[in-house]
Design a protein around this ligand. Structure first.
Ligand SMILES: [Zn+2]
Length: 553
């Protein structure tokens, strides 16, 4: 999701259904989701849905019942335990209670190792997104000629806004099937591969999408419109071919063709930065949406209206798409195990903007992009150690929330890590953060997808660089305040000294401009010394290091 300064104005959600990753109830921690089959009929006229979700899960702790999440706006009609080998309706109806966004299902005693297969039937008018994608739900819009143009966006509140699921980031289904029924001539673009389109009676049709890899539940999305497609087979750096498709509104097809070429150029660059595009077994897809954008796996939502500029400056590429696309690696391939590590999604996607700026426009463009991301609140740690919900991490006005710092400040942390390690080690580490083992780069069966934590990212950076980096992660990610640099001139020498919060060590090298030359001054023990030559002197003139007073020279 793209950074929004409007977030601070948004209301902090409080109901359990309106946040994702809340403290997990025992009856939800006791199972591991293997598969979802999401069936949903979307009625644009009534702005209503009717759905049937099947969940297959393994029981991992003995229990008498399980809990799923579903927004209270939707009414559950039936919960059935399905028995494999029988017709769907042969299942056993179960008692359930649906209150405050939770469905408590009385399954009876379940032993560890049981495979539980439930079907939940429900219907209603799903939450209308007040401000998608940040404050999510269904977006019911219209194309130029008045056709329905519908999208879902629910990262913040969770997928339980429109289908029953376990709304916790650290339990992804191994694969998902999505059946969406809409009136003709509407088309539904969703995640994974389209296996089949079949008539559903009365001028309706059903699109069957299959996701062959693990997927975060918030990444499952519907995009419905009278779309046309622009498509091409693309050759990955692995040599494999996979389809790249853009679902475009008919009235924008010409502009869409220009964007499509941009998308392919971005694909080539991001594969160079981060390794192969992760979902080659399915596709890379982009769908034109009535909201700004979201990183839905293999079907990125794009609503930037073909703008190649930001704040009036022409960049020659679509930065919104670039940010969301980077999430295919940093959110979809590498997923934060819990929302307290959310920075792994947003900081890396924000830093990708700088890497791409450099790729297109060189070093100057890179530094310009970093300057534009120079706005930090420093009120809360970017990566707190304890489990948090999306709202606790994201809403700037909720106490202890890092808010936008998980974007821009996190990008500056990566920028600083690059300075510390040097380009060769940094880019090698970046690639290993995406794919810890080179062999994983070749897997297309979903086994390359993983949950990551801040500690794992630290360990990879240390392994690749051969440096001890606890101090770096402690100062920048585990507490909010910035280190400060001071200097004195004594007997023809420049003395540099770092002061880090809580008296922590901070052996960060400093770039000094002296007599027109950039000099790197190592600061073991947080102190450095430089023999002065020439008069003109500037400390960290290009802001290599995230610190108190960035931008003041
Ligand atoms: Zn994002």
């Amino acid at each position: 999701m793209f950074l929004s300064f409007l977030l601070a104005l948004a209301q902090t959600p409080d109901a359990p259904a309106l946040t994702s990753g809340r403290p997990i109830p025992l009856e939800q921690a006791c199972y591991d989701v293997k598969h979802y089959q999401i069936g949903v009929r979307v009625d644009p006229k009534a702005r209503a849905i009717r759905g049937r979700t099947e969940i297959t899960a393994n029981i991992t702790a003995p229990t008498q019942g399980i809990v799923l999440d579903l927004d209270g706006r939707l009414k559950v009609d039936r919960v059935v335990r399905l028995v494999s080998g029988t017709a769907d309706d042969r299942g056993q109806s179960l008692d359930f209670r649906h209150e405050q966004g939770e469905i408590r299902v009385a399954t009876g005693a379940l032993e560890v190792g049981t495979s539980l297969h439930l079907a939940l039937e429900y219907a209603g008018e799903p939450r209308v997104a007040p401000n998608a994608p940040w404050d999510g739900g269904f977006v019911w819009s219209k194309t130029k000629d008045g056709s329905p143009w519908i999208a879902t966006a629910n990262q913040m509140q969770g997928a339980d806004l429109w289908w029953p699921c376990k709304d916790q980031p650290d339990d992804e289904a191994d694969s998902v099937d999505i059946f969406v029924t809409v009136p003709k001539p509407l088309v539904c673009a969703s995640n994974g591969r389209l296996l089949e389109t079949k008539p559903a009676g009365d001028g309706w049709q059903t699109f069957h999408w299959h996701v062959s890899t693990p997927i975060n539940s918030y990444g499952i999305a519907l995009n419905i419109a009278p779309y046309e497609t622009i498509t091409r087979d693309y050759r990955s750096i692995t040599g494999e071919m996979f389809p790249v498709t853009y679902w475009v509104l008919p009235e924008n097809k010409k502009k869409g063709k220009v964007l499509f070429e941009d998308i392919l150029r971005q694909m080539a660059a991001l594969e160079q930065f981060f390794g192969p595009y992760p979902f080659r077994a399915d596709k890379y897809g982009v769908a034109e949406t009535p909201h700004l954008g979201m990183e839905h796996q293999t079907i990125i939502a794009y609503g930037n209206e073909y703008k190649l500029d930001r704040w009036g400056e022409d960049r020659g590429y679509d930065e919104l798409h670039l940010h969301e696309f980077a999430h295919e690696w940093w959110a979809n391939l590498v997923t934060a195990a819990n929302w307290n590590d959310f920075w792994i999604h947003e900081s890396f996607a924000s830093y990708a903007q700088a890497l791409y700026a450099e790729h297109v426009g060189g070093e100057k463009a890179y530094f310009t992009e970093m300057q534009e991301q120079m706005h930090f609140a420093n009120q809360a740690a970017i990566a707190p150690r304890e489990k948090r919900s999306t709202a606790e991490m994201y809403f700037g006005d909720s106490e202890g929330s890092p808010g936008n710092d998980i974007y821009a400040k996190g990008a500056w942390v990566l920028h600083t890590l690059r300075w510390l390690l040097g380009d060769e080690k940094f880019f090698a580490a970046l690639r290993r953060m995406a794919y810890p083992d080179p062999a994983r780069e070749l897997a297309t069966d979903g086994s390359a997808c993983r949950f990551a934590t801040t500690d794992e990212i630290l360990r990879i950076a240390e392994e690749v660089s051969g440096q001890e980096l606890d101090w770096f992660f402690e100062v920048y990610l585990r507490q909010p305040k910035l280190p400060a640099l001071s200097s004195t001139v004594k007997k023809g020498a420049l003395l540099l000294e770092w002061t880090a919060p809580n008296g922590q060590p901070f052996p960060m090298p400093v770039e000094v401009l002296m007599g027109g030359e950039h000099v790197r001054v190592e600061c073991p023990d947080g102190k450095g010394l430089l023999e002065l030559r020439g008069k003109k002197l500037a400390l960290d003139p290009r802001d290599r290091v995230l610190r108190a007073g960035n931008g003041e020279h």
